[in-house]
Every structure is written in structure tokens, then in C-alpha cells.
Design a binder for this molecule. Structure first.
Ligand code: AMP
Ligand code: MG
Length: 539
């Protein structure tokens, strides 16, 4: 098969803008913050910026769009993906949606600083919606400015791609462009505003529709629009379900419950904490969306959240993510209830989340231990004991699972083994060596014996176990301090580390010995530094 010819001009992208063609638009054409009624979106132009410069782009995403390398290096690329020029076929708009923020209904939110450019149909016939984040004011900007700063844009750009390569469903990032403008931000909302460099990320996904796109019309009692956007979503993004009907609405909701459960299992597997799981940040396609104050578990603390804005309640802490996803799905269920008119089948569909999450979580945990089969009566206890052990002292989650594959198991019954030699591969995972008391070591050994028994019984060799484990336990994740170092340099005009991290995170399961430093545990200086252990919604 001949490779598809690459596009040498952004004007050759082919758009099929179904969202704007099929759904009702806002009749007000002036761009100022307001309530937008009886419409799914508002047409809006990106704000012009003075000096757009491409800082980074993701090669694989440019390939999804069939773009040649030459286009990506062109001045036009920076102009277009900063929002300064529309190419033929682009029809920019901002979506109207609502949402529950931290458990409370917040009314209309909408694309306050995201401007959709339209849907590209690529040479494979795939639909890829393009969206600029930080391209200026929209009718949904409320009291804010519609802009994004470099710091949060670097974080969104790198993490979208890192998540993709980790195998977690996510929106993608095409480009990161600085605007040449300064943006004022009070990072911790404590009266210390500061000018920061502005930036725009172009995000890419089959769709950016969120739970909140349905909730807004239900909350307003606008059933006609609720039905329209639901039918649109099903026919465009879930065509395999067939022509919309009550049964199809239910099947659709069940599918959203299933894909959301799968997404959360991936988050738990890699130690990702989203930080702001509001219903406006939940993708209808089960994609991780809106990278704000997210973080990665370093020492395994189920109560941890990176988001200082959520410090009091810790609603969106690591261990609570499955429950929050369920709660959010229940809100989506409530929103579409008027289309169905029966609560029982909706509840049944919602319970699919619980079932799928439980099954896939067990399977995932089994995989993290190199087990190819899960048996509840044996493995529930094995997992539960491990989770207790992981919390009893400060252990780096990523290093622990990766290095567990190096502990020699599956050969003997460990009765005469030298404990120190046995657990030596785990040494790097501990933050506080003096916590390795003899009591702790003996509990660890007990657990390793239990695990070893299980491996012997299943006949799993060291080699096979390592292979299975290294496919699901990443060596490299985007630790907050790494992103922060890249940001510090970027703010000085040096973008090399962004490229370096992007390359590193394209192969998170590979050893990459020359990059070993990035697999080490969080350095001490990062423990309490802003951006490393603490983040806010200010971005
Ligand atoms: P988030 O918590 O980032 O998902 O944002 C919640 C809502 O606030 C969404 O409607 C965003 O579009 C909006 N928003 C966040 N930051 C800004 C900003 N700088 N300008 C305008 N709207 C914003
Ligand atoms: Mg959001």
C-alpha cells in the first residue's frame, strides 16, 4: 500500500463541521459573556495575538491529520494554531455546557477559553475535532479572560501525550504555541498577581462533548435541545448503536458508563489524579479531558490530591476517583432521564459502571503483579494486603511496581532466602529509609511469600512475569517536578526540555537507560514546591 501523500498546506485539511451544521446556534453574534439560551454553541473568532511561535508539536498527532513535516515547521502553523488565521473550512465556535463543580450545580459554564475550529476528516476517514485552548474571550468566559498561560499549557500538552502512550484514553495535543502576550495570573488566589507568558494548545479528539453538554439543557427544561444533542452525539459518535430510541439512549448511557469505568481503571493503574473531576470535565467518549491541577501519586497515598483548591474536602483524591466518576455518571443519568422516563433501566445501566470497574480493576491489579488470571477467593486478599503495605510507609508507587518485577520470585518457597538480597531491587522506592524497620521488612516478606505462593501455583516464571508487569507498570510518568523543571526553562525561553520529556514519555514502558534519572523518585526540594506538590485551578 502506498503511504498517503502528506498535506503541504493547512488549507488542504478537509473539514466536516457537523456540530455547527446540525445543531442550533446562538443568534447573538456579539462576543461578550452572557447566558446563552436555546443554542448548543456560539460562533466566535479567536483573538489575534502579536507574536505566535511554535514551541512543540506532537509528531503522531500531525500524522493523524496527514500534515507534512514542512507544514509543522512553517510560520503558518504557528499563526493558525495560535488562532491568528483560519484555514479554508474552519468554522470557529464555543460550546454551551453546564456542570456540577465540586458537587454543586454551577449552571452555565461552556467553552470559556476553548475555541473549536471544526472536525477534520483524515485520509483514513477518521473524524478529529480541533480545539484551541487559550485563544481568547467567548460568551462563556464569565468573569475570566479566555486565555491560558505557558505553565498550564506545557502541562496540558505533555500530559495529554504522556497519557496516550501510557495507554489511557485521552484527548490529544497537536501543538503548543506561545502568543508573545503577557497574561496576569494570581497563581494561588492569594493576592500575588504576576504577568506570565501566554500560550495556546491545540487539542485533538473525536469529540469534546462533555456530560455538561446534556446537563445544561436538562437543567433549563429544554427537552427539545436535550434530545437534539443526544441524537447528534449518538448518530455521530456512537453510530453502531443504531437510530436513536429509548432503548438506544439506554444502550448509549451504558456504553458511557463502561468507557468511563475503563478510563478510571487506567488512572488508578498509573497513579494519575485528575484533580478537577467536575461534570464539565467528563468526556462523553470516556477520554481524559481538561488537564488542570492534575498530578501523579509519588508516595502511595490514596488521600492525595494535587489540587490546593480542593484541599479542604479532597473530593477528587486518588482513592475517590471511582466514586466521583460514578456520581458524575449519575448526574448524566438524571440529565437524560426525561428522554427515557423510567428510572429502573437507567439505574441498571449505571450499575454497569460498578461491575465493569470492579472486574477491570481486579484484572488490572492482577496484571500489575504479572498474574494472567484473577481468582477472587485468592487474589482479593493478596491485593488488599499489598495496598495496606504500600500505605504503611512512604513508597513510590511507580518505582515499587516497576521494581517488583525484579524481585526474584516463582522459583522456591522463600523459606531460606536472604531477605536483604531478595528485597534489594525495591530499595529505590522508599522515601524514608529509616521506615524500613525489621517489623516492616517482616511484613513485606510475609506478603512476598504469599505472592510467591500464588506465582508458583500458577507456574509463572520470572521472565514471563517481568514481561507482563513491564507492559502495565510504567518506568516513566510525568512527575510534577519534571513538568515544573520544563516550565521553569520554558519561561526563560528554553524549550529543549519539553521536547526531551515528550520523547521520553512516548516510550514510558521502555527502560531508556540513558534517561534513568527521570525514573528516580521525587527529589526532596520538590516536596513542598508550588507546581510540584501543590497546584491550583489558576491556569
Ligand atoms: P475548568 O475548571 O478549567 O474546567 O474550568 C471551568 C470553567 O471555567 C469552564 O467553563 C472553563 O471554560 C472556564 N474557564 C477556566 N479558565 C478560564 C479562563 N482563563 N477564561 C475563561 N474561562 C475560563
Ligand atoms: Mg474544564
Amino acid at each position: 500500500m502506498n503511504p498517503q501523500p502528506k498535506l503541504n498546506s493547512l488549507d488542504n485539511l478537509i473539514f466536516d463541521n457537523r456540530f455547527v451544521n446540525e445543531l442550533p446556534e446562538d443568534q447573538e453574534t456579539r462576543n461578550y459573556p452572557r447566558q446563552v439560551l436555546s443554542a448548543c454553541y456560539s460562533r466566535v473568532l479567536p483573538t489575534q495575538v502579536t507574536n505566535p511561535k511554535t514551541v512543540a508539536y506532537s509528531k503522531e498527532v500531525t500524522e493523524l491529520l496527514d500534515l507534512s513535516e514542512q507544514v509543522c515547521h512553517s510560520e503558518d502553523f504557528a499563526q493558525v494554531f495560535a488562532g491568528n488565521r483560519l484555514t479554508a473550512g474552519m468554522e470557529p465556535f464555543a460550546m454551551c455546557y453546564g456542570g456540577h463543580q465540586f458537587g454543586n450545580w454551577a449552571g452555565q459554564l461552556g467553552d470559556g477559553r476553548a475555541i473549536n475550529l471544526g472536525d477534520v476528516i483524515n485520509s483514513q476517514g477518521e473524524r478529529w475535532a480541533l480545539q484551541l485552548k487559550g485563544a481568547g474571550l467567548t460568551p462563556y468566559s464569565r468573569t475570566a479572560d479566555g486565555l491560558a498561560v505557558l505553565r498550564s499549557s506545557v502541562r496540558e500538552f505533555l500530559c495529554s501525550e504522556a497519557m496516550y502512550y501510557l495507554g489511557a484514553p485521552t484527548t490529544r495535543a497537536l501543538s503548543l504555541v506561545t502568543t508573545g502576550e503577557q497574561v496576569i495570573r494570581d497563581m494561588f488566589y492569594n493576592g500575588n498577581p504576576k504577568a506570565e507568558p501566554g500560550a495556546v494548545v491545540c487539542r485533538v479528539a473525536p469529540s469534546f462533548i462533555r456530560f455538561g453538554n446534556f446537563q445544561i439543557f436538562a437543567a433549563r427544561g429544554d427537552l427539545a435541545l436535550l434530545r437534539k444533542i443526544t441524537d447528534y452525539t449518538i448518530t455521530t459518535h456512537f453510530p453502531h448503536l443504531g437510530k436513536p430510541s429509548i432503548d438506544v439512549y439506554l444502550a448509549w448511557f451504558e456504553e458511557v458508563c463502561r468507557t468511563t469505568a475503563q478510563m478510571i481503571v487506567h488512572w488508578q493503574r498509573v497513579g494519575f489524579v485528575h484533580g478537577v473531576m467536575n461534570t464539565d470535565n467528563m468526556s462523553i467518549l470516556g477520554l481524559t479531558i481538561d488537564y488542570g491541577p492534575y498530578g501523579w501519586l509519588e508516595n502511595y497515598d490514596p488521600d492525595w490530591t494535587p489540587n490546593t483548591t480542593d484541599a479542604a474536602d479532597r473530593r477528587y483524591r486518588y482513592a475517590n476517583q471511582p466514586a466521583c466518576a460514578f456520581w458524575n455518571l449519575a448526574q448524566l443519568g438524571n440529565a437524560i432521564y426525561p428522554l427515557i422516563g423510567k428510572a429502573k433501566p437507567l439505574e441498571r445501566a449505571l450499575n454497569v459502571f460498578t461491575q465493569v470497574f470492579a472486574e477491570q480493576w481486579q484484572f488490572m491489579m492482577g496484571n500489575k503483579l504479572g498474574l494472567n488470571q484473577f481468582t477472587s477467593d485468592q487474589d482479593d486478599e493478596l491485593f488488599a494486603e499489598l495496598l495496606v503495605l504500600l500505605q504503611s510507609v512512604e513508597i513510590d508507587m511507580t518505582i515499587f511496581f516497576r521494581q517488583l518485577a525484579e524481585v526474584e520470585l516463582g522459583k522456591s518457597n522463600l523459606e531460606d532466602v536472604n531477605v536483604e538480597t531478595l528485597i534489594a531491587p525495591l530499595a529505590d522506592a522508599y522515601y524514608v529509609p529509616k521506615q524500613l524497620t525489621s517489623e516492616y521488612v517482616s511484613r513485606l516478606l510475609d506478603w512476598l511469600k504469599h505472592y510467591n505462593q500464588r506465582l508458583l501455583q500458577a507456574g509463572i516464571s520470572q521472565e514471563i512475569r517481568r514481561e507482563t508487569m513491564n507492559r502495565v507498570n510504567p518506568k516513566y510518568v510525568l512527575r510534577n517536578y519534571m513538568a515544573q523543571l520544563a516550565i521553569d526553562k520554558a519561561e526563560q525561553g528554553d524549550f529543549a526540555m519539553i521536547a526531551e520529556l515528550l520523547e521520553l514519555l512516548r516510550h514510558p514502558y521502555d527502560e531508556q537507560p540513558e534517561k534513568q534519572g527521570y525514573s528516580a523518585k521525587r527529589p526532596d526540594w520538590a516536596r513542598q514546591r508550588a507546581g510540584c506538590s501543590m497546584l491550583s485551578c489558576s491556569s
